[in-house]
Ligand binder design. Structure first.
Ligand SMILES: *[C@@H]1O[C@H](CO)[C@@H](O)[C@H](O)[C@H]1NC(C)=O
Ligand SMILES: *[C@@H]1O[C@H](CO)[C@@H](O)[C@H](O)[C@H]1NC(C)=O
Length: 368
């Protein structure tokens, strides 16, 4: 008779108990007990609760039992309310079961995920001091005291950019649910664009829809990369040749990026110039400033050179001044010539007048 069926409701909160019951518990029976919610995600130390509803009316009339080493059980008809004020078990996989007339146990497990956000997340690189362009380094992200590790996803970042997909581990540990410290690594080949970049990592616990709305996220400190690299010239190549008017400003720009900061040396033809800046400035060029300039940029990582071919063109102003001077001189000469021409006819005229006078005078009959 149904009324005589023995209904045993048991709520187990220890893994040990679960293992002990597995052999005599049928999980594929019809009329299984139902947990609400069907699974729990609880932060270690937090409170939690679940309801187990065993079966219909029959259960209420029969004797049943509840066993649990953790939390409180409250029997209400065919349901048991399990509540825990502070969950401090790492594998509290709970079981709810009853026995029917035939002595079979019908049961359901409540899966409880107990999580703990990482105690600390830190990043390190397998190297001290500046990194070298093109060399390979290993970034390591250490996530301390986190559970469960199978839900942990670690992402490396450079500035705001994620470096690859989140990493996780396939946990094969015997007790994977307990807090563990895990290391994640990423290989990097820093280039000059990484000089000054910030690297960090982020550990996230992906706990699914039953988990907290905002998944627990912890970030590491940031490490600023110093990358040493050889000089690279900035700006576009200069025109070839560079034409400049005599007397004008000449600036040759050999600016380069490099770490450590580079040294600049300049030569004009085969002569070294006493300039150690990236820009060579000649305020007023002369024809002798033309020719080939070589700028050499060097640091301990390497060197680069840039050549400039300078043509100094004689200035038009000089030519204009020369032309004006020539014109002035010409005018002066012409003026002098003209004066000489004008002066001679004047004297002739006077002589002529005198002659005319004399002639006129002589023409007048005199008493002589
Ligand atoms: C750092 O790790 C990289 C890649 O694993 C390795 O090639 C390099 O030798 C390591 N450097 C140091 C200083 O341990
Ligand atoms: C030289 O070139 C660099 C890079 O193109 C530029 O930043 C800098 O202002 C230039 N300097 C001068 C004096 O033109």
């Amino acid at each position: 008779m149904r009324s005589r069926s023995l209904v045993v409701l048991m709520l187990s909160v220890t893994g040990f108990l679960r293992d002990a019951r597995v052999s005599c518990c049928d999980e594929s029976c019809t009329n299984k007990p139902v947990f609400t919610p069907s699974s729990l995600v609880v932060r270690f130390g937090d409170s939690t609760s679940a309801n187990c509803s065993v079966c219909e009316d029959a259960c209420v009339r029969n004797q049943y039992d509840v066993e649990t080493p953790v939390g409180r059980r409250t029997k209400m008809g065919s349901t048991v309310l399990w509540t825990v004020d502070a969950l401090t078990e790492w594998s509290p996989s709970s079981m709810c079961y009853y026995s029917n007339d035939a002595g079979h146990q019908c049961c359901t497990y409540l899966h409880v995920t107990v999580y703990q956000p990482p105690h600390k997340v830190s990043i390190s690189v397998n190297h001290t001091g500046p990194m070298v362009e093109g060399h390979r380094y290993t970034l390591q992200c250490t996530v301390e005291d986190v559970a469960p590790v199978k839900n942990l996803f670690v992402t490396f970042y450079r500035g705001q950019t994620a470096l690859g997909l989140p990493q996780s581990i396939n946990s094969t540990d015997k007790e994977p649910e307990k807090p563990q410290t895990q290391n994640f690594t990423l290989h990097v080949n820093p280039g000059r664009e990484d000089d000054g970049a910030e690297f960090w990592c982020e550990a996230k616990l992906e706990l699914g829809p039953e988990g907290p709305k905002l998944p627990p996220v912890e970030t590491s400190q940031k490490i600023t990369a110093t990358v040493h690299y050889k000089p690279h010239l900035e700006g576009s190549s200069p025109p070839d040749p560079i034409r400049v008017q005599e007397g004008e400003l000449l600036q040759l720009n050999c600016s380069a990026v490099a770490n450590p900061p580079p040294l600049y040396t300049w030569t004009h033809g085969s002569e070294k110039i006493d300039v150690s800046e990236d820009v060579l400035t000649i305020n007023s060029t002369t024809v002798s400033d033309g020719g080939k300039y070589t700028c050499s940029v060097v640091n301990k990582m390497g060197n680069v050179t840039r050549e400039f071919d300078v043509e100094v063109q004689e200035s038009y102003t000089v030519i204009i001044i020369v032309i004006i001077a020539a014109v002035v001189l010409l005018i002066a000469i012409l003026g002098l010539v003209a004066y000489r021409y004008c002066y001679k006819p004047g004297r002739v005229g006077r002589y002529n007048l005198k002659d005319v006078f004399l002639r006129a005078h002589s023409a007048v009959p005199t008493a002589d």
